[in-house]
Design a binder for this molecule. Structure first.
Ligand code: NAP
Length: 280
């Protein structure tokens, strides 16, 4: 089975749109403020896509494009203003930030109840104890792909390759909450290939093109590819050698068209969730 991220994203957005329409009947339009500092081209593409998704779902979006030499004080003042705005439910600051800005301080300044990226320590802690409002968008997108593909996670051995704060660690935690037996691998892991071969589900979040090869995958395993890389020809590709691994996997996500389309969709869901929770 090829797990079609585009189709699942469209179906998920349909559900989100219904929630937005319902909120609008109650006089509430979910609002997202996106802050971008500097002119990183990749960040610009992401921000444009987020704005487009808001428009598609009938949500309010505001963009704050700040120059690369913005001071930390100015950025924190803007966040403070947005924290206090009644009509803004979600705030996100597109990462990475220019080097002179302290990412941790900026993330911590966003009100936890408007932290739709789920990077604030309060929300990270809530994920640990399984009492969460927002899930980080990419791992949440992976869980939604799995759920909507009717893949059973409970009791399965899930190997997550990668331990970053935004993908690998929360991914492992969500799999654990879904009752998988979880192994987290990273650059110091010994016998990675052998460990992967015992996995019923592999989630690759490494950032290296074609890293997961067919000899690392057990026959019939589910393979989720979070990676977004450029190959030698400059073509977008994942962490998984799709052509070969798809011959042994029972289900696999392609790149592009797998996990990627889900990330912004889950951001939209988080913004709607924030709008509901703030007005409870
Ligand atoms: P990251 O912060 O660079 O983390 C990469 C992880 O891979 C690290 O934990 C690292 O281990 C591990 N790793 C590196 N080399 C390895 C090796 N040889 N063997 C085993 N593990 C190894 O990257 P990230 O932010 O998590 O992103 C991972 C990938 O997902 C990237 O391609 C990124 O572009 C993509 N991504 C996609 C989406 C989406 O929407 N589809 C969203 C976010 C990220 P150490 O901790 O030991 O260094």
């Amino acid at each position: 089975m090829i797990i079609d991220g585009k189709a699942i994203s469209a179906a998920t957005r349909g559900d989100i749109k219904a929630q937005v329409d319902e909120l609008k009947k109650q006089g509430v339009t979910p609002g997202l403020a996106v802050i971008i500092v500097g002119d990183d081209p990749a960040s610009r593409v992401y921000v444009n896509n987020k704005k487009k998704a808001c428009a598609e779902l009938g949500m309010l979006s505001e963009e704050y494009a700040l120059p690369a030499d913005t001071t930390e004080e100015a950025l924190l003042t803007l966040i403070d203003t947005l924290n206090g705005r009644e009509d803004i439910d979600g705030i996100l600051c597109q990462l990475p930030l220019p080097r002179h800005l302290d990412e941790k301080r900026v993330i911590n300044a966003i009100s936890a109840e408007k932290d739709v990226d789920a990077f604030h320590p309060v929300n990270v802690g809530k994920i640990m104890i399984g009492d969460y409002s927002f899930l980080p968008c990419t791992p949440a997108g992976v869980m939604e792909l799995i759920r909507r593909s009717n893949i059973d996670v409970a009791g399965k051995h899930c190997v997550v390759i990668g331990r970053s704060n935004i993908v690998g660690k929360p991914m492992a935690m969500l799999m654990l909450h879904a009752n998988a037996t979880v192994t987290i691998c990273h650059s110091r892991t010994q016998n990675l290939k052998e460990i992967c071969r015992t996995a019923d589900i592999i989630v690759a979040a490494v950032g290296k093109a074609y890293f997961v090869t067919a000899d690392m995958v057990k026959e019939g395993a589910v393979v989720i590819d979070v990676g977004m890389n450029r190959n030698a020809e400059g073509k977008l590709c994942g962490d998984v050698d799709y052509d070969e691994v798809s011959k042994v996997a029972s289900a696999i996500t392609p790149v592009p068209g797998g996990v990627g389309p889900m990330t912004i969709t889950m951001l939209m869901q988080n913004t709607v969730t924030a709008a509901k929770q703030r007005r409870k």
